[in-house]
Design a binder for this molecule. Sequence first.
Ligand code: IPD
Ligand code: CA
Length: 255
Amino acid sequence: MFVDLEKLKEIVREAGEIISQANLTPEQIRSKTSQKDLVTKYDVEVQDFLESRFQELWPDRHFMGEEQVEYRYEQRGFLVDPIDGTSNFIFGIPHFCISVAVLEQGEIVQGVVYNPVVDEMYWAEVGQGSYLNGDRLKNPDFALGEAVFGVGGSPYDPNSIEPTVRLIAKIMEEGDIRRLGSAALDLCYVASGRQGGYFEFAINPWDIAAGLLIAREAGVTVTTLDGEEPPLTRTTSILAAGPKIYAKIKNFIGF
Ligand code: IPD
Ligand code: CA
């Protein structure tokens, strides 16, 4: 049995209120692994809120969130990014979200991604399609030159800088790029066709789990940048695109 999606969306929406009413001050921001890897009081507050609500309603499901001190991946449970796009949140760029994936036997079966600034709720259940608020999503399968292409910068992984720049250059020979700053929303934007594709060389499971299901349910191909299934228990690369653009990027990379 999966979780009650309506209830899950309601709780995520409530968590969105915490972010909408936030009044962030400099002393509420600290760095984690590097100067580019930031966390705020609100990342932790949203995570604690979700964890306690999920525990009340679904006590038999494991909870794992980005801001936990120790990570324990389980086959059955919640995989949560309380704020994806934390740097955007800090600098007042209104593009960030809450991302919650539900896992059964190690597979993502439900996903919710909510941007409280514009009140956009993306959601999906495996085999049932994906939605933005009440509207069903379908990736339009653009050609590379017909769409903008989302890029993630992997700021914590210096090894990824060179290959990222090279792939951007290749894409820009035919298309245009965006670096919006939230991997979860990047995947949702590919689902809806706001972006024709998205790639990133080093990304964590909580950033992509919910968006991955939402994208696939809208007809998007999602793999690593080697064409493999993205693992949900460690940092991975990711490539998401409609079939035409996916084939093109595959050809560029040569996998
Ligand atoms: C980051 C965002 C960003 C991506 C980084 C992620 P965070 O997540 O998703 O778009 O490029 O790799 O770490 O830190 O805001 O949760
Ligand atoms: Ca985060």
